[in-house]
Structures are given as structure tokens and as C-alpha cells.
Design a binder for this molecule. Structure first.
Ligand code: GRF
Length: 202
């Protein structure tokens, strides 16, 4: 069984990345992380060091445009030629050219039950909406905001008194489990990303 090579892009703490690194260190897991990139000096790079995974940094603020940043990010990703790109806490929208370059071999985790609460504040928006349940989703990245085909999702309860942090910490373990399972299913051929993307575009 050929191992699926994965590049992960983060912006923050990388706790979801950490979970994927731990899963991928199991000898029978059919995917391995070959590079970890970020748009800023992400705390999550500590997990890359802990697991000896090469990193690359493409600082968003050093580029004169999102497109210029996306081009450099594309160059860095192309250098590694991963089979799959995973956005896990990458808090930047990718430029259309970059999505076009990698779609549909690019997936994202989102802390809401899409299409509910897309965008950068899905957890905060769920609390503001006063819902009693939200969720976690893993999707194929397309040209919209968290609008791509849903590969996996699961409901997570919102409890009375939840603030954004408490709810997000309840969602993340579900996100991690879904992400680890989706990457495994892509590696095993159970999920065909081209089929998923084609079905969504009908
Ligand atoms: C995750 O919930 C991810 O879906 C969202 O931001 C969070 C990142 O958490 N975009 P971490 O950096 O993996 O801890």
C-alpha cells in the first residue's frame, strides 16, 4: 500500500495538527506528513519540531497582496509535491489560483456543522445564534468560504454557559477524530476527492 504524503498548513496552536502527527506515527496509518507550512510564526511549529517534520513559513504580512502570498505558498507546496494538502487551523483564505492548482487534493477542517456558520468565527457565531448544537466538519476546499463538498461532519452540543473557548475545546477533539479518519479514508481509496468534487459541482 503506497503511503499518502500530506502537507499541513496551520496558523495557530496546531492542536489538530498534533493529533494528525500522532496518528500518522502509527506504523499502520496509510499517510504521513512530509511538511508543515504556516502564514505566520505559528506556535504549532513546535509540533513539527517534536516530530522532526520540515516546516516552511510564508508570512502573509510580508507580501504586497494575497495573490503574491498565494503564489509563494504554491511554490513551497510544489517543492514537496504532497498527494494531499490539509488546512488545519489555516486562518487565511487561499487565493483562487492556489485552490485551482491543488483542488480537489486540498481539504479543510472547520469547527461548525457546515453549511452552518462558515467563515473565521464559526464557534463564536454558533454561540451568538443561541443554538443548542453545532458541530465539526471536514470538507474539500473550493473557491468559496467553507463551501466545498462535505467529507465528514458530526454534531457537538452547545452547553448552557459555554463561552467560545469552552465550546471550541469541545469541538476540536471531534474535528481531530474526523480529520484523522478522513485522511485515512483518502489514503485507502475509500474517499475519491475527484468524485466528491465532481458530485458537488452537479
Ligand atoms: C480549529 O478548530 C480549526 O478548524 C479552526 O481553527 C482551529 C485551529 O485549532 N480553523 P488548532 O490550531 O489546530 O489548535
Amino acid at each position: 500500500m503506497r503511503v499518502l504524503t500530506v502537507a499541513v498548513l496551520i496558523s495557530g496552536a496546531g492542536s489538530n495538527l498534533r493529533a494528525l502527527l500522532e496518528a500518522a506515527s502509527a506504523p499502520d496509518y496509510p499517510a504521513r506528513i512530509i511538511a508543515i507550512g504556516a502564514d505566520r510564526e505559528a506556535a504549532g511549529f513546535e509540533h513539527a519540531e517534536a516530530f522532526g517534520i520540515p516546516t516552511f513559513l510564508v508570512p502573509f504580512r510580508e507580501f504586497e497582496s494575497r495573490e503574491a502570498w498565494g503564489r509563494e505558498l504554491g511554490v513551497q507546496l510544489a517543492a514537496w509535491q504532497p498527494d494531499l494538502v490539509v488546512l488545519s487551523g489555516m486562518m487565511r483564505l487561499l487565493p483562487a489560483d492556489l485552490v485551482a492548482q491543488w483542488a480537489p487534493r486540498i481539504i479543510n477542517t472547520h469547527p461548525a456543522y457546515l453549511p452552518e456558520f462558515p467563515g473565521a468565527h464559526g464557534v463564536r457565531d454558533a454561540i451568538a445564534a443561541g443554538v443548542t448544537q453545532t458541530g465539526a466538519s471536514v470538507i474539500v476546499v473550493d473557491h468559496g468560504v467553507d463551501s466545498g463538498p462535505i467529507l465528514a461532519q458530526e454534531r457537538v452540543p452547545v452547553l448552557p454557559g459555554d463561552d467560545e473557548s469552552a465550546l471550541h475545546e469541545r469541538i476540536k477533539p471531534v474535528e481531530r477524530r474526523l480529520l484523522i479518519d478522513v485522511v485515512r479514508r483518502i489514503a485507502d481509496g475509500e474517499i475519491d476527492l475527484a468524485v466528491a468534487a465532481a458530485e458537488a459541482s452537479k
